[in-house]
Design a protein around this ligand. Structure first.
Ligand code: NAD
Ligand code: UGA
Length: 463
């Protein structure tokens, strides 16, 4: 089947960038990204591509090239579904906040709504592609809905999980380590797989396009995220031991990373991993294991989350302890709020939890992040429901300028590893702070020697 029209439901961090790259690399395919969120679609259509709703290095240029040519953003979901031969589902799959599986299972209500909408609208055969991260065997449920509520047309369900990381999304999409496509083992299933392989083959070498059965593909995505997060929790666990023993986690990580079997990537000790997916996907994995009665498997993976929570809490406790056991009415400047550099995404960012802990101790938090708005910072705190919105607003203030954020502060906490922080005028920052002037480097980002020479009391993770 020759694909000429693609629809993607969900114009978020995955749907937007992924479809922009497909459109750029496949000028012969019309790609329409649809979403219920009118504000988000309007932002994707903003004439100035600097205002698109997702900040990713290089994305604005790709959108500028393809938008209006063969890339379209729209709220007309039915129309886009009807016209497309291939439909990506790229909606959010958050952790359930109610009912059975609350706090663990993936909430599949948005996925089910999409399936029902596709079933209602489709008048001819469609390939439906799971792009969202889903529990293993979700394709079965989608197929059942499509076959029972559809108009008698044929649907093929593929699993094509996305492995991009935020902040490097464009690079990851242009040069993926691999593309994974799971499909039915029937000849119809194979045809659908081939059609999607052909789309990616426009820019990805075919030997990097891996095809499997649907269940392997669905489970590989959860497994990849679990392994990645596990590495961070492992290195963070060692960071605490380093602090007690005089070893340095940077040196330990380098030493073990040179073992080619371990490898150097993803061994950076930190204040704890954030982001919308690691925690959600591991909780989901734990829930799935439990639902099959696999207690040991569930407990094993749950530990990754427990360690991460501990790492965040440990960081805030250390700040309080070091500041003579009280931060009440002290100004603590947060450099960074995003969950990692080069993104404006703050979901599950460690900064939120560290701030929440410090506000419990009545600290005044001054936030500077190059890409995160004051509104988002407050929304993130309000979402925790620890206190009222007015109370949060009384404790947290965002600044447009890092030097203002740090002025008169008792301490600075580095929560995100933005490159620009390295190059600040640290002497000037020191001169305008309360003394002793503390820095808690939650990302092991800054130059320790330089800061100590200036006069800072500098503490990093794992040394
Ligand atoms: P997101 O919240 O940024 O975007 C999802 C979008 O879907 C929202 O804009 C929402 O309005 C829209 N939506 C929900 N239901 C809809 C419906 N019925 N019709 C139309 N639009 C609808 O989420 P995201 O970060 O893009 O993640 C999407 C999926 O991809 C998740 O399953 C996630 O686990 C997975 N994933 C995310 C990343 C990442 O880096 N964020 C990476 C790989 C995989
Ligand atoms: C992660 C995976 O890397 C992607 O492959 C996956 O597609 C995605 O989740 C997803 O499914 O959503 P992402 O969360 O965007 O991507 O970013 P990462 O680079 O993985 O970082 C996650 C968190 O771990 C960040 O808070 C980061 O600062 C932290 N981290 C990362 C560390 O603390 N140490 C490290 O060595 C690496």
């Amino acid at each position: 089947m020759n694909i000429t029209k693609i629809c993607c439901i969900g114009a978020g961090y995955v749907g937007g960038p992924t479809m922009a790259v497909i459109a750029q690399k496949c000028p012969h395919i019309q790609v329409t990204v649809v979403d219920l969120n009118e504000e988000r679609i309007a932002a994707w259509n903003d004439p100035d591509t600097k205002n698109i709703p997702i900040y990713e290095p290089g994305l604005d240029a790709i959108v500028a090239e393809a938008r209006g040519r063969n890339l379209f953003f729209s709220t007309e979901v039915d129309k886009a579904i009807e016209e497309a031969q291939l439909i990506f589902i790229s909606v959010n799959t958050p952790t359930k906040t109610y009912g059975k599986g609350k706090g663990m299972a993936a909430d599949l209500k948005y996925i089910e709504l999409c399936a029902r909408q596709i079933a209602r609208v489709a008048k001819d055969n469609k390939i439906v592609v799971e792009k969202s991260t889903l529990p293993v065997r979700t394709a079965e449920a989608i197929k059942s809905i499509l076959d029972h509520t559809g108009n008698g047309v044929q649907f093929q369900i593929l699993s094509n999980p996305e492995f991009l990381a935020e902040g490097t999304a464009v690079q990851d999409l242009l040069q993926p380590d691999r593309i994974l496509i799971g499909g039915d083992t029937t000849s119809e299933g194979q045809k659908a797989i081939d059609a999607l392989v052909e789309v990616y083959a426009n820019w990805v070498p075919t030997e990097q396009i891996l095809t499997t059965n649907v269940w392997s593909s669905e489970l590989s995505k959860l497994t990849a995220n679990a392994f990645l997060a596990q590495r961070i929790s492992s290195v963070n666990a060692m960071s605490e031991l380093c602090e007690k023993t005089g070893a340095s986690i940077n040196e330990v990580a380098k030493a073990i990373g040179m073992d080619s079997r371990i490898g150097p990537k993803f061994l950076k000790a930190s204040v704890g991993f954030g982001g919308s997916c690691f925690q959600k996907d591991i909780l989901n994995l734990v829930y799935i294991a439990k639902s099959y009665g696999l207690h040991e498997v569930a407990v094993y993976w749950e530990q990754v989350i427990i360690m991460n929570d501990h790492q965040k809490r440990r960081f805030s406790s250390r700040i309080v302890q070091t500041l003579f056991n009280t931060v009440s009415d002290k100004k603590i400047a947060f450099l960074g709020w995003a969950f990692k550099k080069d993104t404006n995404d703050t979901r599950e960012s460690a900064a939120i939890y560290v701030a929440d802990d410090l506000i419990n101790e009545h600290a005044q938090i001054a936030v500077f992040d190059p890409k995160v708005s004051a509104k988002k910072v407050l929304n993130d705190l309000n979402y925790l429901e620890t206190r009222t919105a007015d109370q949060n607003a009384a404790y947290v203030l965002s600044f447009e300028n890092p030097y203002e954020a740090c002025k008169d502060a008792h301490a600075i906490a580095i929560l995100t590893e933005w490159d620009e922080f390295i190059h600040y005028d640290w002497q000037q920052i020191y001169d305008n702070m309360q003394k002793p002037a503390f820095i808690f480097d939650g990302r092991n980002l800054l130059n320790e020697e330089q800061l100590r020479t200036i006069g800072f009391v500098y503490q990093s993770i794992g040394s």
